[in-house]
Design a protein around this ligand. Structure first.
Ligand SMILES: Cc1cc2nc3c(=O)[nH]c(=O)nc-3n(C[C@H](O)[C@H](O)[C@H](O)COP(=O)(O)OP(=O)(O)OC[C@H]3O[C@@H](n4cnc5c(N)ncnc54)[C@H](O)[C@@H]3O)c2cc1C
Length: 460
């Protein structure tokens, strides 16, 4: 057990990150690059590489580039060609090709698509390459804020004593909760719920998604164009349901089954960890729904990598991303999950990691001559002050179901026909309706520049 650094002079901080997902590994990369001592705890026995397709947008692409990982990402990117809409007979009603010009907004499919496992692995390897240390099968059970003088001599930021699930305790300068939407760090940091049982998670009225990967080899007959089989394909079903299929390999496709439902059975299933119960609840909602639904439902019941998500956002009050005194802070979905339907969860975690590391580098230099030594409390305040405006724009109107989003999942066959025709018109006129009105990429916010985080790409 070692004591936290309390000297006012520049010195490496000892930092614990809980959660080796996208945000956790990206932060470990930057903080290790700055010279801090970083340990990442992951609850799973190995890196958790499950999950389907993720994408990056706007500032997320810029941060990836600053990390020097753009080429590695491209080498692993999912070869999706665009997005199309079909009706119950499988007839194509609209189609939008991916924007490969490097200019303007991305559509539903971006130029920067990747399987979650590939991105997690890439970030973990990059962080380890900088010196980040991973510990699996471990998690934080509790922590105690050690108030006192911080390294700049001001009150607070005196470190945090962390107790792990195996009973060991250790003191760190900073604990980062990068443990996803259901963050245990967030729950512990709040101590008392915000009100009632409010832990910052805001479910989106009855929205669920089931994710599964299923075997489906590419069709190789003379009439099938292989690239058309790499189009994300969406099918809307009366009753506020939909299925999307995406291909990432010649052998497999990903199926996303989403719905708005007030079904108690589905709600209860989502609260259990019983995958069979979850699958059965979803099967009964989607069976006989047209297009390829029966084939997908049959595969769903057999495949192992299924998971069900109750869609929601995380929203914390102003100042709520870190503890008073600056020894615990939240990152990514743990702090501000925007929900899968903004298309901005991965971007938000990656950019948040960059801003948090940048502010720590600025206010808590690891070496003499770097930064302004404002201390951790200042760094965490600045992280939220600079980054919250971006996150608020991403989350705007999602909970209230405003704008075009309100009409995206029609209840009736007539509503779906109207939507299919409108999408067909937009695709004929080459209008990027999804990029402009539904996804949250077009946000006026400037990515800060941090001296200590520049030049990584060039030094590779
Ligand atoms: C298994 C999984 C599959 C996903 N699949 C998709 C998908 O298909 N499409 C999509 O858009 N988004 C998916 N997501 C969410 C997506 O990764 C995030 O929304 C986004 O990338 C933000 O990343 P994050 O780092 O904040 O959180 P996440 O990527 O969710 O990472 C959180 C990490 O923390 C770990 N963790 C959780 N609790 C603890 C604990 N108590 N102690 C230690 N570690 C803990 C988790 O195992 C995980 O590795 C998935 C997330 C997970 C965990």
């Amino acid at each position: 057990m070692s004591a936290p650094i309390s000297s006012p002079s520049p010195a490496p901080l000892k930092i614990l990150i809980s959660g080796a997902g996208i945000g956790g590994s990206a932060l470990a990369f930057w903080l290790s690059h700055l010279g801090h001592s970083v340990t990442i705890l992951e609850r799973h026995p190995v890196l958790r590489t499950s999950g389907l397709q993720l994408d990056l947008r706007g500032p997320g692409i810029a941060v990836l580039d600053r990390m020097g990982l753009a080429d590695a990402f491209r080498a692993k990117s999912a070869p999706e060609q665009g997005f199309r809409v079909v009706d119950k007979t499988g007839r194509q009603r609209a189609s939008f090709l991916v924007n490969k010009t490097g200019k303007g907004l991305q559509g539903f499919t971006t130029e920067w698509e990747i399987m979650r496992g590939d991105f997690c692995t890439m970030l973990c390897e990059a962080a380890m390459g900088k010196g980040g240390k991973y510990v699996f099968n471990s998690s934080v059970e509790s922590f105690k804020d050690k108030r006192g003088k911080d390294r700049t001599g001001s009150d607070g930021g005196g470190g945090v004593e962390v107790r792990l699930a195996d009973g060991k305790t250790e003191t760190y300068d900073l604990l980062v909760g990068a443990d996803g939407i259901g963050s245990n760090t967030r729950k512990m940091m709040l101590g008392e719920p915000l009100s009632g049982d409010d832990t910052g998670f805001r479910p989106l009225n009855g929205q669920y998604i089931g994710y599964v990967t299923i075997p489906k080899p590419l069709k190789s007959d003379a009439n099938s164009d292989p690239s058309s089989q790499y189009m994300a394909t969406m099918y809307m079903i009366p009753g506020g349901r939909g299925i999307m299929m995406r291909r990432h390999s010649p052998a497999q496709v990903q199926a996303y089954l989403f719905c708005r439902s007030d079904s108690e059975r589905l709600r209860n299933a989502s609260l259990t960890r019983d995958v069979r119960t979850q699958k059965e609840a979803l099967r009964d909602i989607f069976k006989g729904a047209g297009w390829e639904s029966d084939e997908i439902v049959a595969a769903l019941m057999q495949e192992n990598d299924f998971y069900l998500e109750r869609m929601g956002m995380v929203k914390l009050p102003s100042g709520g991303w870190s503890s008073k005194g600056g020894s615990v802070v939240l990152l990514g979905d743990a702090a501000h999950c925007p929900s899968a339907n903004t298309g901005m969860g991965t971007t938000s975690a990656l950019v948040g990691a960059y801003v948090l590391a940048g502010e720590i580098g600025k206010h808590c230099p690891a070496h003499p001559g770097e930064g302004t030594k404002g201390g951790l409390e200042m760094a965490l305040k600045e992280y939220e002050r600079k980054y919250r405006p971006f996150v608020e724009e991403v989350q705007k109107g999602i909970e209230e179901d405003k704008g075009m989003r309100k009409y995206l999942m029609p209840q009736s066959a007539f509503g779906i026909e109207v939507m299919n025709r409108l999408m067909g018109l937009a695709s004929f006129l080459n209008l990027n309706v999804l990029g402009r009105f539904v996804l949250r990429e077009d946000i006026k916010w400037e990515l800060p520049e941090y001296k200590g985080l520049m030049g990584v790409k060039e030094s590779k």
